[in-house]
Every structure is written in structure tokens, then in C-alpha cells.
Write a protein of this length. Structure first.
Length: 166
């Protein structure tokens, strides 16, 4: 069975827009259940991105997600190198700043893709980003996933694939 690797925006958009912690506790109970069941995970760089705001979402994550939920991204440096080469090969399309931002060491996106690419038959990347192959000023996760054969989906698609409701 595949494990779903969740992007920062899985948490952030749910908390800020769709499923606020105080309005939709059943969503967050389901997230905790899926994490405890090892059906979802993320990486250390996502944890860092979630820590920036020092808000209710960060406190919820600290209280409800185990220490091993956020996997070490340094385990997939060869896959990261593959992604960096792909991004650089697209310098005729993407603006230099888009490539620089995407490959920045503190940015989670390329590392999320690399972590998923390290075990593509057992990992699916979950992001709320929408493909936009014509965009030049930002590299979108679904565009890279498509180019490299990495499966990705959004939150609702993940719940459907898991057969989960809340």
C-alpha cells in the first residue's frame, strides 16, 4: 500500500481556508489517524515551513504528529540531484529566480519530490498546487512530478484513494 507524502499546503490551506481547527475537528482527527496508521507522512523541511508562523497549526502538529512523521530529507540527495538537473535543463523556460527559489535549501518542494521519487512505487505526493506548465516565474510541484514520473494528487483525491471519509 502506498504512503502519501504531504506538502505544507496540505496543512496550511486546510487550517486557513477549508477545515479550520476550531470548525472541522473531524478533519484533523482523520489526519491524526492517518499519520498514526502510517498512511501519510511528510519531511523535515515541511515541519520547518509549518514552524515559521508559531500558530495554532504548529501547536496542533507538535501535539498530534509523532516525531517520526516528518522524515529526514537528507536521505534522498541523489534524487534531489536528479530534480536539480531537470530544473536547470528547463532554464530556457523558467526564469532564473524561479529555478533558484525552487532549489533553495530551505524550500520543501524539490525535497518533497525527491523523497517521493526515492520510492515511486510506494509513495504519492499530496499537494494543493495545480499544474501550470506555461508559468515561467514559479516551478509547480505537479509539473515536475509529471516530468519525472512521480504520482501526485490533491487532498480530496488522497482521501478518495484511501477510501476515507470524515
Amino acid at each position: 500500500m502506498s504512503i502519501f507524502v504531504v506538502d505544507s499546503n496540505f496543512f496550511i490551506e486546510a487550517h486557513r481556508a477549508t477545515y479550520p481547527l476550531d470548525v472541522a475537528p473531524s478533519f484533523w482527527n482523520k489526519v491524526k489517524y492517518l499519520a498514526d496508521s502510517s498512511k501519510i507522512c511528510s519531511i523535515d523541511k515541511v515541519k520547518s515551513e509549518l514552524s515559521v508562523h508559531q500558530d495554532d497549526l504548529e501547536r496542533w502538529c507538535a501535539a498530534n504528529l509523532s516525531d517520526d512523521f516528518f522524515k529526514e530529507s537528507s536521505t534522498c540527495l541523489s534524487q534531489y540531484s536528479q530534480i536539480a538537473k531537470w530544473a536547470q535543463s528547463r532554464s530556457g523556460h523558467y526564469l532564473p529566480q524561479a529555478i533558484s527559489d525552487f532549489l533553495h535549501a530551505d524550500e520543501a518542494d524539490a525535497f518533497l519530490i525527491a523523497f517521493t521519487l526515492a520510492d515511486p512505487s510506494n509513495r504519492i505526493l499530496v499537494t494543493q498546487e495545480v499544474a501550470n506548465p506555461l508559468q515561467k516565474n514559479r516551478i509547480k510541484i505537479p509539473d515536475v512530478c509529471k516530468a519525472l514520473g512521480v504520482t501526485c494528487c490533491n487532498t480530496v483525491e488522497m482521501f478518495r484513494k484511501l477510501g476515507e471519509t470524515f
